[in-house]
Design a protein around this ligand. Structure first.
Ligand code: FEO
Ligand code: CA
Ligand code: CA
Length: 700
């Protein structure tokens, strides 16, 4: 293992930025229905840290002495660098204090030269590493798929081709076939102006609408690795499959069969056509894939026609408003018209589960996990086989949830075990999180660390819905039925005073340590325009760069403690924090979104909307030992793109490049990216694998 010398090279920092997110307006429009330009949907009263229990300084408030010394000197260096851009450009901060401390070798799996922030139209990996596209939008998934023809797309062709805007990716090894995997990928949303020449947003054609619907959902593709590299090649395997916006899903749990989800096409309230806006997800220990239906609200039109104040309030709480939808699907399919089909919208916003090992299986929507803008769902198994599913609601000032199963996981991958395990998320208790800070009076919204040197506190999980093993729900919220808690879960969170967070994105347990991490991506409305003020877990007003929460959870229980591992942004700025690590020695990181863990227990973070002027990237963060908080950029994605779906294996890294070239100055006639095909081609979302040249372990 390489030892770093005492006098280390400063890391390159990108300082030519105006501090606002690089997320393009057009991405906001098509990805999340312009959520940021609408009013905050959570107008509930709720409580804030300052109002709740005033915690005495816990024993954790006493910071480790060594870390405190490092932090004090490092912070001085950063402040000195702030007024001097030339110093800042080379790292600026006085790293001498920690530089003089020999931290020993790099943490296992993180020994690579960080990629510098950049705006290249390329996937950039560290020196000594290579990368290649695995599969891209339009490539064949099924053997009878026609060749992709950008100028002659059809919905029928797309139903056999790789969908648009890949987000989550899961890689499931095929038993007994070395190097073979199922690659399962979410296709979150479509960006029609970048998909069709001459697209008219005011007058989409019916075929464009059908193609858009077919481009959503998921893909299952068998891939093969090769020895000596991490390259992955798609093959036409028996498991290959496209799930689209019209594939049949089964609703399970307490909302299944409820009047709230019955429609003209489905009077039983149990069969849903399709899935939309599948953002992140998780591979379960029993070999299925979970996927979060996130910004589903944007596909539904004519909420403004609703006159019933109770229904209108429920719609508004989910950001469902206005007349026409952006894509105007309602013109060709009345289920997207709330005036015509008021309950169709209640059939989206769930965690879906897909058994990728059976290409004929019907995927499921688990209503016991509640309905909100699920970023994803990820699983921790306790010692007795209880399943804990964590899920964040990605909206400004919305909540963090967990579900604890009553059934236990069965081991093995027999069909009987999979059938049983696919019912684990149908019986148990749904909780919402309430956080308390240890320093309620010390948080002023500037990001200044409290006296203890760390933002930290405790929390409780408030139960809101219990589902019996026969599927019957019991509401734990006064004034709401079980079906209402399942379908209008945000209102249940409001009623019990859950903590309003800065957009909870991925929420993932570390398989090595059991600690749980939440990416809180940003929230520029925090403390602004009459919105809730900063609190200890969301410590900055006008939060442009986000933070990462570390939770020590009593997984099946109701209490936890927490701290902020990272307060992201420019390390030269005083409002950032990197787990106590020397800030002159970290890569700048902004807008954390997807999380993953490598086999060594390091946290990997991909970003969405970097507010520091660089393309989005993938970062490794050390969690334990003297290098806790060390943050190193492993790759960056092409201009306009977002890094999604990271998978970190011992000898391979996989990322999804979502919306390359989606910048506000770009158009069909003048693309801002030509990735991945180069020349004058249109950009295409794609999955990428990266590996060490000649093979070998990542980060060694
Ligand atoms: Fe689709 Fe929360 O990002
Ligand atoms: Ca996301
Ligand atoms: Ca995102």
């Amino acid at each position: 293992m390489r030892r770093q010398s005492v006098a280390r090279r400063e890391l390159p920092l990108f300082v030519a930025h105006d501090g606002t997110s690089s997320r393009a307006n057009i991405t906001c429009k098509y990805k999340c229905g312009d959520a940021c330009s609408h009013r905050v949907p959570n107008t509930s009263g709720g409580e804030y840290f300052g109002d709740i229990v005033r915690h005495a300084m816990s024993r954790r408030g006493v910071l480790r002495g060594g870390a405190m010394a490092v932090l004090a000197v490092g912070a001085g260096g950063v402040l000195a660098a702030c007024s001097d851009d030339s110093a800042a450009a080379t790292g600026g901060g006085d790293g001498a204090a920690q530089g003089a401390v020999d931290l020993g070798p790099s943490a296992p799996g993180t020994d690579f030269t960080p990629v510098a922030p950049n705006t290249d139209d390329a996937v950039v990996v560290p020196e000594g590493y290579e990368q290649a596209v695995v599969i891209r939008w339009g490539d064949a998934v099924l053997p009878d798929a026609p060749d992709f023809d950008l100028d002659r797309q059809t919905a029928a062709a797309q139903e056999k081709q790789f969908g648009y805007n890949n987000d989550f990716a899961g890689l499931l090894p095929v038993d007994g076939v070395p190097g073979a995997y199922l690659l399962v990928v979410n296709h979150e949303y479509t960006s029609e102006p970048f998909m069709f020449a001459g697209y008219d947003p005011d007058d989409p054609t019916e075929e464009q609408v059908r193609i858009g619907i077919a481009n959503h959902g998921l893909s299952v593709v068998e891939v093969r690795g090769e020895s000596g590299s991490g390259r992955l090649t798609p093959v036409f395997g028996d498991h290959n499959r496209r799930i689209t916006g019209t594939t049949e899903f089964l609703l399970t749990g307490p909302a299944a069969g409820s009047d709230l989800v019955k429609t003209t096409a489905d009077p039983t309230g149990t069969k849903v056509a399709g899935t939309f806006n599948n953002c992140a997800g998780g591979v379960t220990p029993w070999g299925t894939v979970l996927s979060g239906e996130e910004n589903f609200n944007q596909y539904f039109a004519n909420a403004e026609s609703v006159t019933d104040p109770v229904v209108a309030e429920r719609l508004a709480r989910y950001g469902i408003e206005g007349a026409e939808s952006e894509r105007k699907w309602e013109r060709f399919d009345p289920r997207f018209d709330i005036a015509a089909e008021p309950n169709e919208v209640n059939r989206f916003g769930w965690v879906v589960e897909l058994d990728p090992w059976d290409a004929t299986s019907t995927p499921v929507k688990h209503t016991a996990l509640g309905r909100f803008k699920h970023e994803a769902a990820t699983i921790h198994i306790t010692d007795d086989g209880t399943v804990v599913a964590y899920s964040g609601d990605d909206e400004r000032f919305d909540y963090m949830y967990k579900f604890v199963s009553s059934r236990k996981m069965q081991d093995g991958n027999s069909r009987a075990a999979v059938r049983h395990n696919m019912t684990l998320l149908d019986a148990g208790t749904l909780y919402v999180a309430k956080l308390t800070g240890d320093h309620p009076d010390a948080v002023d919204g500037s990001g200044t660390l409290p006296e203890g040197g760390q933002f930290m506190g405790s929390g409780e999980w408030i139960p809101i819905l219990r589902t019996d093993e026969d599927g019957r729900g019991e509401s734990l919220v006064e004034g709401m039925t079980a079906e209402e808690v399942a379908v209008f879960t945000r209102l249940a969170g409001d009623a019990v005073g859950a903590t309003k967070m800065d957009r909870p994105e991925d929420f993932e347990p570390n398989p090595v340590t059991g600690k749980v991490y939440v990416a809180l991506t940003n929230n520029t409305k925090r403390g602004v325009d009459g919105n809730p003020p900063a609190d200890e877990a969301n410590p900055r007003v006008n939060n442009k760069n986000g933070q990462v929460l570390e939770i020590d959870d009593d997984h099946a229980g109701t209490s936890f403690t927490w701290n902020l591992l990272l307060v992201c942004g420019d390390p030269n700025e005083a409002d950032t924090y990197f787990g106590g690590f020397d800030k002159s020695q970290v890569s700048p990181i902004s807008c954390p979104d997807n999380l993953a863990f490598d086999p060594h227990g390091n946290l990997w973070i991909s970003t969405d909307g970097n507010a520091l002027g660089s393309n989005d990237g993938l970062f490794a963060v050390v969690l334990d030992g003297p290098r806790r908080g060390e943050t190193k950029q492993f790759l960056t994605v092409p201009v306009g793109g977002e890094t999604c779906g990271p998978i970190i294996e011992d000898d391979r890294v996989v990322v999804c490049v979502q919306h390359p070239g989606e910048t506000d100055d770009a158009s069909w006639d003048s693309p801002s990216s030509h990735w991945p095909d180069g020349g004058r081609t249109q950009p295409r979302p794609a999955v990428v694998a990266a590996w060490k040249s000649g093979g070998g372990r990542i980060g060694f």
